[in-house]
Each structure stands twice: as structure tokens, then as C-alpha cells.
Design a protein around this ligand. Sequence first.
Ligand code: PLP
Length: 415
Amino acid sequence: MIPGGVNSPSRSYKAVGGGAPRFFVRGEGAYLYDVDGRRYIDYLAAFGPLILGHAHPALVRAIRQAAEEGTLFGTPTPYEVEFAERLRAAIPELERVRLTNSGTEAVMTAVRLARAYTGRSKIIKFAGAYHGHFDLVLVAAGSGPATLGVPDAAGVPAAVARDVVTVPYNDSEALALAVERFGSELAAIVVEPIVGNFGIVPPEPAFLEAIHRLARECGALVVYDEVITAFRFRYGSVMPMLGTRADLIALGKIIGGGLPIGAYGGRAEIMALVAPEGPVYQAGTMAGNPASVRAGLALLEALQAPGLYDGLEAKARALADGLLALSDRYGIPLQINRVGGAFSTHFTDRPVRTYADAEAADGALYAAFFRGMLRRGVLLPPSKFEAWFVMVPHSDADVAETLAAAEATFREMAA
Ligand code: PLP
């Protein structure tokens, strides 16, 4: 009935040896339960939105209340104003903000806005970076410096792809070349300030600096796609960690507490272009719906618990250190890139700082690892490119159980 059996391609097991993916019926805290009643420790975290775990009581309360009082009005609500204010309190760079239903819509509109503001049409994105599924960002090929893109997905017109310049992440020289060649036509540089989509890949300091300097020099805007990063590593944006300030910021995933949401915002003078104040149209029947927004409000409240992010980091560090020690013991090449409570496992001897590095990692080894862990009750992302996300309810016992499963899996892989 459903193409590939999944409603989003990354849920299939195509990248980890194929076959039918597991089907799940229930989540509770750090655990997911499949249709056969088996329990799994969940590090997929729904590809990033979950941080408090499944069915967190405060979020359940908020969603239940929204269900009882009506989930959709098609009118403004006080909840969305409070939510916007809470987002701005956490991320002061969001001078004004608009809610959407997904991260795709948020990035798509931020790019449209950048094009309207600058009167230009090209964007720079980085090779392997995923920013959602609208035409313009389904272009990732041509990873050589200053190469004009060709579509990655059938159905994306070549004319659209011609507006996308793809540059390797963490390559300031390639970026400078691209800006030299296309700067006068450039509306925006779109970037995940810490990559979450070909593993976790932090920016080298000079790289972010180059993005901001080159954008300023050529008159383009900098759009941060913080759909994964915001509220993942700290309460708010990663900008204070990195010492940078984007013109526009896209959010999604975490901020809806597990319900569909997205948001974009930034400098007030740019946001003034959004309809109905300005000429840039963006809309949504479901946008700002009371259920997502009230879940988001409950989430933001819960995320302010003292020590929450330190706790996530401590558990992720224990997992990463344990996995590295075990892989070493069994002679399996493994690189772990970790920031705070999120990390990625690339089966390679070489550090991973670009998409090409991530691509070169051994997919067959990852598939064997994924399947071994799944058999032992640990759910990992079904792709070597996706990150593990530690959630608040993961306990020390879960970490120990995960490492025991990893030891048995590595032993099997080494045999
Ligand atoms: N941007 C980033 C960095 C993402 O990781 C994703 C989703 O994986 C998106 C945008 C798109 O968000 P959504 O799936 O909510 O449309």
C-alpha cells in the first residue's frame, strides 16, 4: 500500500541491508515496543525531535488538554504568542518568528525570504547537507568547489538546480571560490551550524567565520538550519556556543515536543516582508495549531530543568567512550563525533569532517552493527549518516545494557 512501506524514506532499512523495517506500537521513556511486544532502548529519538523520551507526563498532559479544548481553530491563539515569546527569550536573534508545520517549510520559507530581501536567486548549500524535501535543497551533487548543482531527486527541474551552488562543508577555500564566482547572484548561504545529517560534524572555527564574512562581503544572508541543533545541545540556539549570529534561523523537530512543527525567524526588518505585512507569501492551515504549540510550551518548560543538558552529555560521553574502547578491543575501525548528547558512529579509520569522509565510512559494517544491536534490543538509526540522540530518560543501566549489546555485536562482527 505505502511506497517502500514507509511514510518517510529514511525509515526504511534499505541502507542497512534491506528487508522490512520493524513496526512499533508504543513508546515509554527511553523505550520503544514493537508489534510483537519486544522492548528496545531507543537512540533514534524519531530522527531528532525527542529529547524528553516517549510519553513524557507533562507533554501528555498538555496534548490531552489541547485535545479536550480543541486542536485546531483557524484563528490566532494566545498559545502561539506565548510560544513565540518563549522562543525569543531562548533565542534573542529571533526578533520575530512564524510557525510552520515542519522543518522543510521553515527552511523553504527562510530561503524564499532571503531571496525576496536580496532580490537574488542563488543559494549556497553544503554537500550532503539535508534541509528538507523542497526542490531547491534536494540538490547536493557537484561537490567540487563552485559547481552548479544537478538535481538529486527525479522531478526536481534542472532550472531549479541551477540556482544551487554546492560546496564541501568545512572547506573555506571552496566556499571563497564559490562566492567569488557567484557572489553577486547569491541570496543566502544555508548551513547547519553543527551538521546533524551526515553524522554529527562540528564546524571548524575558521569555516563559520568564513561563511559570515563572505556572506557579508557579497550581500547575501546567512540562514542557519537549526532544525536539529536548537535545544538539542543547550536551551536555545547553538549560536552562543559558536560565537556567531545568523540573519534567519529555521527550527523544527524538538520544539514541537513530538508533534509536527517548524518555525523560522530572525531580523525584524527581514521578517517584515512576510505576508500579510509584506509580499512574501507563506501560509498553513495547520500552522500554529494548539496541540503542537501547547506540547511545545510544555517541552520548553521541562527543558529548563537544572542540569538537564549536562546529564545528556554525561550519558553520551559514557556511551561514546565505551563504544570506542570496545571497537578498539575487537579491532573494528570506528570514529565517533560527539557534541553534547548527540553523536555519530562512522566505521572508518579517518576523522569525519566532510560529507565525503562520511560517505567513505563502511556502510556494510554499520549495517552489521545496526542489525546486531537491533537483535539485542537497541534501536539505532537505520543509516550510517544519522546520529544517535541521548534522551533524558536514558539511565545508566540503559547505557550499560547498550554497551553490553555493542560488545556482543562487535565480537560477532570480528569473528
Ligand atoms: N533541516 C534539517 C537539518 C533536518 O534534519 C530536517 C529533517 O530531517 C529538516 C530540515 C526537515 O524537517 P522536516 O522533516 O520536519 O520537514
